[in-house]
Ligand binder design. Structure first.
Ligand code: MN
Length: 265
């Protein structure tokens, strides 16, 4: 028996009907991560790349309402938007793509989006926008501080896209996926996780500009994470791909009674 024949059969692109896929990101349309993602998803169907024209990391879920947005059509499937990741996805779904996509995939981000990172993340927000507009959405991130090799994460994104296309996602739920920057052979598989807790530095850099005015630069050193069973941070540290289902309903349901019992006088 050859090694190949012992591998489990993959339900690859051939077994699914062609999908209409929207790809976006927060690192800009020229980033290496979005190119790797596009190459991996191309065999699955009709792929559109509509993304910010430049880096927009930590743009969070901001939508530009007070200025016009310009769209640069690079060809009939690639569009650069001079706005945030949320702008790009909103414009794509409500305007540029005449027919809505079946799936939104955001990334592959240059760097992890683990634990509290999620609240700042433009990558996750692009997927949130897809979810808000009723499209199953996935956020993909490669946990690395350098460039790194996006091929393993891209290949996993394609397999996950096939799974989501056939099984769908729960309502108002997106998948936040973080892939450790390791060769495929050193990955231990994937696990479904909950959102963990990061430790950030409080470094603010204070300097003077050339005109003698003070300016500040938020450092945000990465000081690791609070260990926790079943979290995204722990899974990635242990060499697993982490898939966290995120809910757009931010209500803390467990605390409704506590807050309800509070007396505001
Ligand atoms: Mn980014």
């Amino acid at each position: 028996m050859t090694a190949a024949s012992r591998l489990p059969a993959r339900n690859g692109a051939g077994s699914v009907r062609p999908m209409r896929i929207l790809i976006s990101n927060d690192d800009g349309i020229r980033a290496a991560g979005i190119r790797a993602l596009e190459a991996a998803l191309q065999p699955l169907g009709d792929v559109w790349v509509i993304a910010p024209d430049r880096e927009q990391s930590a743009a969070s879920h901001s939508l530009s309402l007070y200025r016009p947005l310009r769209v640069d059509a690079l060809d009939d499937r690639h569009f650069a938007v001079d706005g945030t990741p949320t702008d790009a996805v909103n414009l794509a779904i409500n305007g540029i793509m005449k027919t809505k996509p079946d799936l939104v995939v955001s990334g592959i981000n240059h760097g992890g989006n683990l634990g509290d990172d999620i609240t700042y993340s433009g990558t996750v927000s692009a997927a949130m926008e897809g979810t808000l507009l009723g499209i199953p959405s996935i956020a993909m991130s490669l946990v690395t501080r350098e460039g790194g090799d996006f091929s393993v994460a891209a290949e996993f994104a394609a397999r996950l896209a096939v799974a989501v296309a056939s099984g769908g996602l729960p309502r108002d739920t997106l998948l936040n996926v973080n892939v450790p920057a390791r060769p495929a052979a050193e990955l231990r598989g994937y696990v479904v996780t909950r959102q963990g807790k990061r430790r950030y530095g409080d470094a603010i850099v204070e300097h003077l500009d050339p005109r003698g005015r003070k300016y500040y630069w938020i450092g945000g050193d990465d000081l690791g994470f609070v260990p926790g069973e079943g979290t995204d941070c722990t899974a990635v540290a242990e060499g697993y791909i982490s898939i966290t289902p995120l809910h757009l309903d931010l209500t803390n349901h467990a605390s409704l009674a506590t807050v309800g019992a509070m007396q505001v006088r």
